[in-house]
Design a protein around this ligand. Structure first.
Ligand SMILES: [Zn+2]
Length: 234
């Protein structure tokens, strides 16, 4: 898709900058390298069951290295629980097979103003530290003749949240996906989130939040952005 390529190019142009930084600096500054989640070409050659088995074994090793007693009744099931949670729940959005199936309907009511679905609570995980990002997403679009079921907007947010993420990428992935599905540039996404890697470790700032936005097409005017914020803050 054209828009996605443009964004990718922007980020690729910044790559030299990233290369001058250490991994530690990239992680702590939460920089990211592109709009697409970086995946290996063979990412889906193993079945989910094979992946869970392998992750459980590896996680048991991490616990063992840290000195935890894996024969303890409370701990012995943890590696399997973590593996299932990674594949079936919190990182299930890595697998395109789990992408929500979306049906579009004709805009029979001829509603041609912005539609805003606000306060969509999501849980994601920071790809630099694998600790939670907790936030709210607000998504909006102006119909180009098709409309989408409201719950699908929610499901698209959840699908992209269930990946190791950085907030900027999450925002852009949701925005680009909605533009593609709804066949319109007129899409906006605002995400307001707390990063546990900022509040519970590192700088240990408990009060800050991060706000990111994606404004496409008709949303790129101060009036539309103001209108959108009025809906959100209502
Ligand atoms: Zn982090």
């Amino acid at each position: 898709m054209k828009n996605e390529e443009l964004l990718l190019e922007d980020y690729l142009n910044g790559k030299d900058l990233l290369n001058t930084l250490t991994h530690e600096e990239i992680g702590d500054d939460h920089l990211y390298t592109g709009v697409k989640t970086p995946m290996k070409p063979d990412a889906f050659e193993q079945t989910d069951e094979e992946k869970k088995k392998q992750i459980a074994g590896l996680f048991a090793q991490i616990m063992d290295v840290m000195g935890l007693d894996l024969t303890d009744d409370s701990l012995k099931g943890t590696p399997v629980r973590v593996a299932k949670m990674y594949i079936d729940e919190i990182f299930s959005g890595l697998d395109p097979a789990n992408k929500p199936k979306v049906a579009l309907f004709d805009n029979k009511y001829q509603y041609n103003q912005m539609l805003v679905e606000k306060d969509i609570t999501f849980y994601s995980n920071c790809e630099h530290h694998f600790v939670p990002i907790i936030g709210k997403a607000h998504v909006a679009y102006i119909s180009s003749g098709k409309v989408i079921g409201l719950s699908k907007l929610n499901r698209i947010v959840q699908y992209y949240a269930k990946r190791p993420q950085v907030q900027e990428r999450l925002t852009n992935q949701i925005g680009l996906e909605l533009q593609s599905i709804l066949d319109t540039e007129d899409v906006a996404v605002i995400i307001d989130a707390k990063h546990l890697c900022v509040s519970s470790r590192g700088i240990k700032d408990d009060t800050s939040a991060t706000v990111t936005s994606f404004y496409g097409g008709k949303f790129n005017t101060p009036e539309k952005i103001q209108e959108l914020y009025n809906y959100i803050n209502n």
